[in-house]
Design a protein around this ligand. Sequence first.
Ligand SMILES: O=C(O)CCC(=O)C(=O)O
Ligand SMILES: [Fe+2]
Length: 388
Amino acid sequence: LLPVDLGQSRYTHVQVFDGCEIGCARELRQVFEDRFDAPRSSHPEQYFWHPWHVTLRDEDFRARDRGGSDAGEAEASSLGTAVAAAGAFAALSRNNSRRGTGAGTQYSLLRTPAAEYFEGELFDKLCVELAEFGRTRLGCDAFTPPWLALYTDGAEMNWHTDAPHGPLAFVLSLTPTGTHAPPDADHPSFFQGGETLILKPGVLDYWRRFDGSRGLEVDDILERHDPTPFGRIICFDGRLPHRVSRVEGTRDPRRGRLVLTGWFSEPRTRADGGLSDGEGLVPEAARVLDKALDDAFQAFEACDLGRVVGFLAVRVLVSVQGAVQASDALCDTLLSDPAERGDAEDDDDFATAPPDIAVKTILRAALFEATFPEASEPTIITVPLSFS
Ligand SMILES: O=C(O)CCC(=O)C(=O)O
Ligand SMILES: [Fe+2]
C-alpha cells in the first residue's frame, strides 16, 4: 500500500480511501436530498440531469464519426466537453472496423456537471478539498471538471477505458451506506450492482504464465469495488478496462447509486515548508530538483531501459539542512512495455517487471544525492512524473 519508499514501490492500480477525505461530502448529499423535498412542485434546479444513453447500435457509432461525441472535437473545445465526450470515445476502439453489434448498451445513466448542480460556494469548497486530497494522497492537485452521476434500476456503464484523461480516475461515493449489497448477500438492500469492476492487471498479461491446471472464476478475473460506504473514494488507473455493473432494484434516486467522478490531471510540482514559495519551490531549490531529475533521466538513457509507461508521484522530504530524508511513491502506475521486457524477470507479478523498477531505483538514488538549500523548516516536495 502506498505511500511507500520509492525503492519498494510497485505498480498500484487502485487505491481506496474510506473515511471522510472530502469533508463537504455530507453537504453535497444534502443538496441532492433537498431537491426532492417538494416532489410535487417544480423548481429549475430539478432539471439538471441529462440521461446519458449510448448504445451499440450503428447510429451511435456514426454519431461519433460525424464528430458528435468525438475526442477530436473535444480537444478543440473546453475541458468540460472533453470529459463529456470522454467515456464514449475511449470505450470504442480506435479501430473503426468494429461495427454493427446492433444492440446493447455502452452507457446508460443520469449525469450532470457538478459545477452546474452545486452552488458556487459549495462547489468551490469541493474543489479545494479534492485538490487537497489529490495533493496529499496521490501527488496530483489538478483534476478535470467532475461529474455527478446517478444510477437507478437498469443504469450501467459498460466496459471501457479512459486512457487519455489523466493518470488516475476517481469515484467519490455519495451513496448512503446500507443502500447497496451484492447479489445473494445476507442482508437486504435497495439495490444490487453499481459496483466498479476493474479487470485484474494479471488478466491483461494472460498468457505470460498461463496455468492450464486451474480454472479462473470471477474474483480471479475482476476486482469489485462496492459503491458504499458513503464517502469512499476509489482511485484507479483508468487505462485498465473497467465498468459499472448494472444497477438492479430501486428506481428512487435517493436510494440509488450517486457518485462524483473525474480524473486527476495536469500534475505539477508542489512544495510545502521551508523551501516553498507558496506553491512550488523557491528558485534555488527548484534548480537542485531539476538537476536531480536530469541526472536520473540521463541514467535511464545510459542504462537503455525498455519503455516504461504510467505515472509516478514522488513525495520528497527535505530536512532543514537540505538533505533528502525520504522519497516515497504516493501514486505509482508505472509499467514496463511487455514487448521490451523480455522474459528474464523471475518475479511472478505482472506489475514488477524490471525497467519500471529500475526507473524508481535510479530516481531514488538521484534524489538522495541532491543537496537542497538550508531552510527554517523541513520541506515536503511532491513531484509528479509522467512516462509515455
Ligand atoms: O462510477 C464509477 O465507478 C466509474 C466511472 C467511470 O468509469 C467513468 O466515469 O468513466
Ligand atoms: Fe471510466
